[in-house]
Design a binder for this molecule. Structure first.
Ligand code: BES
Ligand code: MN
Ligand code: ZN
Length: 496
């Protein structure tokens, strides 16, 4: 996509779709009034007729605009300007980008209003560039006639008097974030016969090298030598061998602390011998979303050349039911020596990332974040659109929650009281891999806590928001790429 920031009057911009935001309940800006004049009062008439309300993400298309240089106009409601935030701006711009990307070869231009409520000018441009990249990419990778087409060209239009310099940098950042989100989405959306541990690792290498990331792949022999006992147990039921991908970005120099990002990469979760019913298994290609989010975020962190040290880890296995599959009652010895009695082979994610977390801790991680589509219980607790956060260190979690807020993404913290540990006790081993019926998202987090060696750590359960069952006006169904932006924002803040 050819992306440019220009400073011009809306009527002089040449595109086949011109997108203009309209506020609710506040006077129109000079630019909007000028556009209305160029349209001979058509916008005022639409407003008077009640067709143009400015309600958030409400759209109105004007298919023929002979008095403008652009062929068509899409008006998009911004809601009250005083309430405009990163998240609301994202909703409006994503809705617009999705609507005008239904045909190939679209050249789009979007006017950025001069007033943003609480939204800074640079964030607005950055967010818009991301929305243009993400909103025009569909999940229909295998359709003869796709329903969405990446834009050929996009212009971000500032009012005539504004400087283009800072906005150009912001739009470049936004494009990098958009590409990262689309990489995460693509990997999650691809079917499990294409994406399995070896192919995920190969793709990670292929994406990482041009970004300037160091990338190492551990095969099953290396994982064995490094004592990844519980991760390898999960992999036993599959003909596809396990892998771990390590992605290193050393922008901070030898004395700066290292942030570790750990992702659950179960490329397909059948449940193993505790097999899932058909409905529950249908979307389990999404169970590597944590790993794909780590890969996406790492490519953005590297391309943005952030002056921080970040290492990404993807723990990759397929959870299947082959003749060598791990069984109920098996006792696994994790990398850090903790013994685990298996009570349910469908609680496999925690048996994968526990070993990866302990490896990261032993190899210099000062702070950790893991991302995992870990529990249905988290979706029951918080719904499909909100990720759960769990921590052993409140100040570190507060930093992450603040970054999510800046990035416009929803996270909600759940408690980690000591009493939950009782539920994980086993009669024969140090612990079992499930905590019973109640509080399942929390007992999963308490299980992981045993493997981080007391280092500041936040676990993010993305079982709900990582994968959407259907399309919405403001986002495509399938993989969402959620939390890529939040992870990058955490790394940006790591500078100070
Ligand atoms: N991958 C699933 C969790 C999941 C559920 C992700 C729905 C996305 C959408 C995980 O491995 C799993 O099966 N968890 C079990 C845990 C249980 C056996 C303790 C669950 O949530 O039922
Ligand atoms: Mn499972
Ligand atoms: Zn799983």
């Amino acid at each position: 996509m050819d992306l440019h920031v220009v400073s011009a009057a809306a009527r002089d911009v040449d595109a086949n779709w011109l997108i203009v935001g309209v506020p609710e309940n506040s006077p129109w800006s000079d630019e909007l009034v000028a556009l209305d004049n160029a349209l001979q009062g058509q916008l005022s008439r639409l407003r008077e007729a009640g067709d143009l309300t400015g309600k958030l993400a409400e759209t109105l298309s004007v298919p023929d605009t002979p008095t403008l240089k652009s062929r068509r106009l899409l008006l998009i409601g911004l809601g009250s300007l005083a309430d405009l935030s990163v998240a609301r701006w994202d909703k409006a711009t994503m809705t617009a980008a999705r609507q005008v990307s239904a045909k190939p070869d679209t050249r789009v231009a979007v006017c950025v209003p001069d007033q943003f409520g609480s939204l800074s000018a640079d964030r607005a441009v950055e967010g818009l560039a991301t929305a243009l990249v993400v909103g025009s990419q569909g999940q229909d990778l295998y359709k003869a006639e796709p329903s969405r087409f990446p834009f050929t060209a996009a212009q971000i239009v500032l009012p005539p008097s504004r400087e283009v310099g800072a906005a150009s940098l912001a739009s470049e950042r936004g494009r990098i974030l958009g590409d990262a989100i689309n990489l995460t989405r693509e990997l999650v959306n691809r079917p499990p016969h294409e994406i399995y541990p070896e192919t995920f690792a190969a793709r990670a290498l292929q994406e990482a090298i041009p970004c300037g990331l160091m990338c190492h792949v551990f095969d099953e022999h290396r994982l064995e030598a490094e004592r990844f006992g519980s991760l390898l147990a999960v992999a036993k039921g599959s003909d596809r061998p396990a892998r771990m991908v390590v992605l290193e970005h050393r922008g901070g120099g030898p004395h700066a602390p290292t942030l570790a990002l750990v992702g659950k990469g179960v490329t397909f979760d059948s449940g193993g011998l505790s097999i899932k019913p058909t409905d529950g298994m249908l979307t389990m290609k999404c169970d590597m979303a944590g790993a794909a989010t780590v890969l996406g975020a790492m490519t953005a962190i590297a391309r943005l050349k952030l002056p921080v040290n970040v290492v990404g880890y993807c723990g990759l296995v397929e959870n299947m039911l082959g003749g060598k599959a791990y069984k109920l009652g098996d006792i696994l010895t994790a990398r850090n020596g903790v013994t685990i009695e298996v009570h349910n082979t469908d609680a496999e994610g925690r048996l994968v990332i526990n070993d990866v977390l302990s490896y990261a801790v032993d190899h210099g991680a000062d702070r950790l974040i893991d991302l995992a589509t870990l529990t249905g219980a988290c979706v029951v607790a918080l719904g499909e659109d909100v990720a759960g956060a769990f921590t052993n260190n409140q100040p570190w979690c507060d930093q992450l929650l603040a970054a999510a807020k800046t990035a416009g993404e929803d996270l909600w913290q759940l408690p980690m009281f000591d009493a939950y540990n009782e539920l994980l006790k086993s009669d024969v081993a140090d612990c079992k891999n499930i905590g019973g019926r109640w509080g399942g998202a929390i007992t999963a987090a308490k299980f992981l806590e045993k493997f981080v060696g007391g280092k500041p750590w936040v676990h993010l359960d993305i079982a709900g928001p990582a994968f959407a069952s259907s399309n919405k006006g403001c986002r495509e169904g399938g993989a969402t790429g959620c939390l890529v932006r939040t992870l990058v924002e955490v790394a940006v803040r790591g500078q100070s």
